[in-house]
Design a protein around this ligand. Structure first.
Ligand SMILES: *[C@@H]1O[C@H](CO)[C@@H](O)[C@H](O)[C@H]1NC(C)=O
Ligand SMILES: *[C@@H]1O[C@H](CO)[C@@H](O)[C@H](O)[C@H]1NC(C)=O
Ligand SMILES: *[C@@H]1O[C@H](CO)[C@@H](O)[C@H](O)[C@H]1NC(C)=O
Ligand SMILES: *[C@@H]1O[C@H](CO)[C@@H](O)[C@H](O)[C@H]1NC(C)=O
Ligand SMILES: *[C@@H]1O[C@H](CO)[C@@H](O)[C@H](O)[C@H]1NC(C)=O
Ligand SMILES: *[C@@H]1O[C@H](CO)[C@@H](O)[C@H](O)[C@H]1NC(C)=O
Length: 267
């Protein structure tokens, strides 16, 4: 099947992502970087970091879900970035940043560099500048228990949809680089929903590059079940969609988020 036979819908603010838009507060993954230095609980670095991140979660002017900043002087200067999923409300975003910073400070109590991903946001900090830096960084991916039956059709729909979404997200401005959409396979009528997002400090080519690199993880992660982690998505069980088999994959790196869902039955 050629991509032109797929039905595409793209929209900048996407509200039909079914389970992907359900209220979720799951911690997905975190990394404490062990060899980039430690700080002590009463250090200036720690107090700078705390002030910086609390300034994110209390900033009511930002409504586009991207927070970036630095605080402090010299060796005690802290740098942080937070990115919320592009379809999240500002209040949800701030609440997610607040929660993730609290949890991260327990999980990584003294590392000068750390990352955390929740359903709704990601937060990372370091003792060096991380703004405008394209890095693949640590990454993770998760998938649901269901297997794809027709891998050929799945790949065709996925590649075509993600290709379009990536172009659309990369064209975003310095505040938001996000796209979500769906594609329905013409023959099986199965629908794929996806969202892709870059931190908006990346340039257009950097954003496409990073997302394309993240896509390359998909065959490793998801068609062969090696490594990675099974994704028990609470929402798929709790909101009635459990009757519909959904194949869900999430992946994220330092700069990108990618989620897709393939409904194994017509919804
Ligand atoms: C796909 O997205 C479009 C545009 O947002 C929406 O109107 C349509 O209902 C969606 N299709 C499905 C099957 O959810
Ligand atoms: C960050 O901390 C590490 C370890 O303490 C140190 O080697 C490095 O120089 C620091 N980086 C900056 C930019 O201060
Ligand atoms: C930093 O702390 C971790 C434990 O939290 C320890 O394993 C590591 O050796 C420490 N690194 C340095 C450079 O002190
Ligand atoms: C992001 O933070 C860096 C470092 O503090 C700063 O140079 C840059 O101007 C900030 N950019 C935005 C868009 O806030
Ligand atoms: C933050 O944590 C509170 C308390 O656990 C919870 O009610 C809220 O839903 C969380 N918010 C997000 C966005 O995860
Ligand atoms: C998916 O495929 C794997 C590997 O072939 C198999 O072990 C697993 O039981 C399958 N899961 C389902 C829900 O059919």
């Amino acid at each position: 099947m050629s991509p032109s036979k797929l039905l595409f819908y793209l929209s900048p603010v996407f509200s039909h992502l079914l389970v992907l838009t359900m209220a979720q507060t799951n911690l997905l993954e975190h990394f404490c970087i062990q060899n980039h230095g430690n700080f002590s609980a009463n250090s200036d670095f720690k107090s700078n970091l705390d002030r910086l991140i609390s300034s994110f979660s209390s900033d009511t002017n930002i409504d586009y879900g991207f927070y970036n900043g630095s605080f402090g002087e010299n060796i005690d200067k802290a740098y942080a970035i937070s990115l919320c999923r592009g379809d999240k409300k500002p209040e949800t975003c701030r609440s997610c940043i607040k929660n993730s910073s609290q949890v991260l400070s327990q999980l990584c109590p003294n590392q000068k560099e750390a990352y955390i991903w929740y359903d709704d946001c990601m937060l990372r900090y370091a003792n060096h500048s991380i703004f405008n830096s394209m890095e693949f960084g640590p990454y993770f991916w998760m998938y649901s228990l269901f297997n794809v039956t027709d891998e050929k059709e799945f790949s065709e729909v996925l590649n075509a949809l993600l290709g379009r979404l990536i172009n659309s997200a990369a064209l975003g401005d310095s505040r938001r680089k996000f796209a979500a959409g769906n594609a329905t396979a013409e023959i099986s009528r199965q629908t794929m929903y996806a969202l892709v997002q870059c931190t908006p400090d990346l340039t257009q080519p950097q954003c496409s590059d990073c997302l394309n690199q993240a896509i390359k993880l998909i065959p490793t992660c998801c068609s062969k079940r090696q490594g990675g982690r099974v994704h028990y998505d609470a929402a798929t069980i709790s909101n009635g969609y459990a009757k519909t088999q959904l194949y869900i994959v999430r992946t994220a790196t330092a700069n990108v988020l990618l989620v897709f869902l393939w409904s194994l039955q017509h919804v």
